[in-house]
Design a protein around this ligand. Structure first.
Ligand SMILES: Cc1cc2nc3c(=O)[nH]c(=O)nc-3n(C[C@H](O)[C@H](O)[C@H](O)COP(=O)(O)OP(=O)(O)OC[C@H]3O[C@@H](n4cnc5c(N)ncnc54)[C@H](O)[C@@H]3O)c2cc1C
Length: 340
């Protein structure tokens, strides 16, 4: 069980910045995200695209912004819990109990939901019994490439993830890349490398084929694939990897007893609290009259929510507004040395 001043649901840009706002006023936060990486939409949807409307940064990419936000919160040594979805939120005396998909439990007076458009989830194979093999032969991401070492691996998909992992895993395993079209969607350069590796006998390509069935008792031992003419081929394999992109689902947030409005959470604009005391919503997931789904709006929302969290986490301490430029206590928390 982890006790903390605030649990932040979502490690997108807004979730990251609120950790800073909590940190400078002396509050500790734990951040949970369903994805295996930090940065939310900026990293998942547009890491290389330029953003032009972050105040005082004329141009940066989604990846650059995420890196800078992480640098800015480094002094607070935040704990990230990635690959974990917040499943349940319930009252625990005067505090909140937060439970994740990995059965981790957090006790906190404040929850800040910075869940964007909900949790990103992989699009899955649509064949019988596939759930039975999930994480036991059927995967939608690679956490550690050595898990696939010296194995027969079938990779499905035609985008960048499928191509990149086919290239990478072909160095340590027997790879067959299967795609439902003859052309790949991913970067041209990667598609060329894949074709070159096939010519050199370092991997196999099967197009245009789709998965038809997964066979095995406790673990996967074979699959069948089918082409447009209905021709079926059986392939002996240990693992199946599917890279069909992500879908966004509001997911369990809808079950936490919060008021909802078109898949967003209404908040007041004084402190971005929801209809539950101690639960705040900021960034793309919140709604109020005039809401703009922009990163800069989320930063402002986080600044106000963090101050409200202080009052709940430390009811006996008076909150004092201070500038970072002149506050000694803020600078100490930031690790600023005298003379810096
Ligand atoms: C192509 C594109 C271009 C854009 N360009 C701009 C731009 O130029 N300027 C601008 O200001 N904005 C831009 N945006 C919008 C901007 O990216 C969003 O406003 C911003 O990402 C919202 O940040 P967030 O932190 O609220 O949510 P997100 O970035 O969506 O992050 C939310 C995170 O919460 C996680 N999550 C959700 N539910 C759970 C749960 N139950 N458990 C655990 N984790 C959960 C998700 O996995 C996700 O990582 C663009 C968006 C797109 C798609």
């Amino acid at each position: 069980m982890i006790k903390t001043d605030a649990v932040v649901v979502g490690a997108g840009p807004v979730g990251l910045f609120v950790v800073h706002q909590l940190g400078i006023i002396g509050l500790k936060a734990e951040i949970i995200d369903n994805l295996d990486k930090i940065g939310g939409q900026c990293i998942e949807l547009y890491p290389d695209k330029p953003i032009y409307d972050i105040p005082a940064i004329p141009e940066c990419t989604g990846e650059g912004l995420t890196k800078n936000l992480l640098e800015q919160i480094k002094p607070f040594k935040p704990n990230f819990h990635l690959n974990e979805r917040v499943e349940a939120v319930s009252q625990n005396k005067n505090e909140w109990k937060v439970e994740t998909s990995k059965k981790k439990i957090f006790i906190t007076p404040n929850i800040i939901i910075a869940g964007g458009v909900g949790s990103f989830e992989p699009r899955k194979f649509f064949v019988k019994n596939v759930e039975k093999f999930e994480n036991n032969g059927v995967f939608y991401s690679v956490k550690n490439k050595n898990d696939f070492k010296n194995k027969k691996v079938c990779i499905f998909g035609g985008g960048d993830s499928a191509l990149d992992w086919a290239i990478e895993l072909s160095k340590i395993s027997d790879v067959i890349l299967v795609h439902r079209r003859n052309e790949f969607r991913g970067a041209e350069h990667s598609a060329e490398i894949v074709k070159k590796l096939e010519k050199e006998g370092k991997l196999k390509i099967k197009t245009p084929f789709q998965i038809n069935s997964i066979e095995g008792e406790k673990k996967v031992n074979a699959i069948t694939i089918k082409n447009e003419d209905g021709k079926i081929e059986k392939i002996k394999t240990d693992c199946v990897l599917g890279f069909f992109g992500l879908i966004m689902k509001l997911g369990p947030i809808a079950e936490w007893g919060l008021n909802l409005e078109k898949k967003t959470i209404p908040v007041n604009t004084e402190n971005f609290q929801t209809n539950k005391e101690g639960i705040f919503a900021i960034g793309d997931i919140c709604t109020y009259p005039g809401k703009l789904k922009l990163i800069l709006s989320g930063f402002h929302e986080g600044a106000l929510a963090a101050r409200a969290c202080f009052k709940i986490a430390k009811p006996n301490v008076a909150y004092r507004f201070e500038y970072t430029t002149t506050s000694k206590s803020i600078q100490e928390r930031l690790g600023v040395k005298k003379g810096d």
